[in-house]
Design a protein around this ligand. Structure first.
Ligand code: FMN
Length: 261
């Protein structure tokens, strides 16, 4: 089993996203998988120009950047892998800009005039299945504890899966990143003891991907569990968030009044 993680954090190898990929890979390599991380932040990735050259007869399915940046090289690695992990932090309620820029470049691998229907019955066009239809895991991390935070990323990957005929074989969502020191807080055990169950679940998820090609639901539940106990989060919300919010609103009104003078 060859697993390729596409790390889309703008902090590259220093981020929480990479920390979580490492946990997954610890489990996967222990049972014989070959694992590799592609760190998008360390590569040259130009944005799609929407020039349409990839759709012309002269330069069919070739991108003007093919020899000028690193995207084709990553697509080649994806084609050679058995499974992809798309790993991204939440940036303003969606995936990182780097990941979207990278994925936009898949446009140049498909013939948009060659109409097809996906396995889910969705009208689409020819795609390079070796790159776009690989089984994949969605790994999302964020700071906010609200369940709404990663919603758009998760919905986006569901749609991607349905059009691209790419089976989604696991969904890992880790919130509370800042709370857990992005995995690097030495006093973590006292503050959020649950986090160690989470890390163990990531290693288990890695083992399952390497041996069965998917993450079991029970493992996902353990990996995605709330690290702040739900009742405590509720109390915090009632006691702290509301007065805090009132304070912010008062402050904003004051600033508004001052700037109107
Ligand atoms: C530009 C930017 C936007 C962000 N937007 C959100 C957000 O909308 N919700 C959230 O919970 N965290 C947000 N974050 C925090 C990151 O998602 C979080 O710290 C994540 O763990 C970072 O992963 P990394 O260390 O791999 O970069 C944002 C961070 C940045 C830099």
């Amino acid at each position: 089993m060859k697993i390729l993680a596409v790390n889309a954090s703008h902090r590259g190898d220093k981020g929480h996203t990479r920390f979580l990929i490492n946990r997954l890979f610890k489990g996967a390599t222990a049972v014989g998988a070959t694992c590799e991380v592609v760190t998008l932040a360390a590569l040259k990735i130009n944005r799609c120009l929407s020039c349409g050259r990839c759709q012309t007869e002269e330069t069919h399915l070739r991108c003007v950047y093919d020899d000028k940046d690193d995207v084709r090289g990553v697509f080649q690695k994806m084609a050679e892998a058995d499974l992809i992990i798309y790993a991204t932090p939440v940036y303003v309620f969606t995936m990182s800009g780097l990941l979207k820029t990278f994925i936009d470049r898949m446009y140049a691998t498909g013939d948009i005039f060659d109409l097809r229907v996906s396995e889910r019955g969705l009208m689409f066009h020819h795609i390079d299945r070796a790159v776009c239809s690989k089984p994949f895991v969605t790994l999302v991390c964020c700071d906010n504890l609200e369940a709404e935070t990663p919603k758009h990323v998760l919905s986006w990957f569901r749609t991607f899966s349905r059009f691209m005929d790419a089976p989604q074989v696991g969904v890992l969502v880790r919130n509370g990143g800042r709370l857990s020191g992005h995995g690097r807080d030495p006093g973590l055990e006292k503050k959020v003891p649950k986090i160690f169950e989470v890390y163990a679940a990531y290693e288990q998820a890695g083992r399952e991907l390497a041996t069965a090609g998917r993450i079991r639901r029970a493992t996902q539940r353990q990996a995605n569990q709330e690290i702040v106990p739900a009742p405590l989060f509720g109390i915090l919300k009632r006691l702290r968030f509301k007065p805090l919010k009132r304070k912010f609103i008062e402050q904003a009104r004051k600033m508004q009044a001052e700037s109107a003078r």
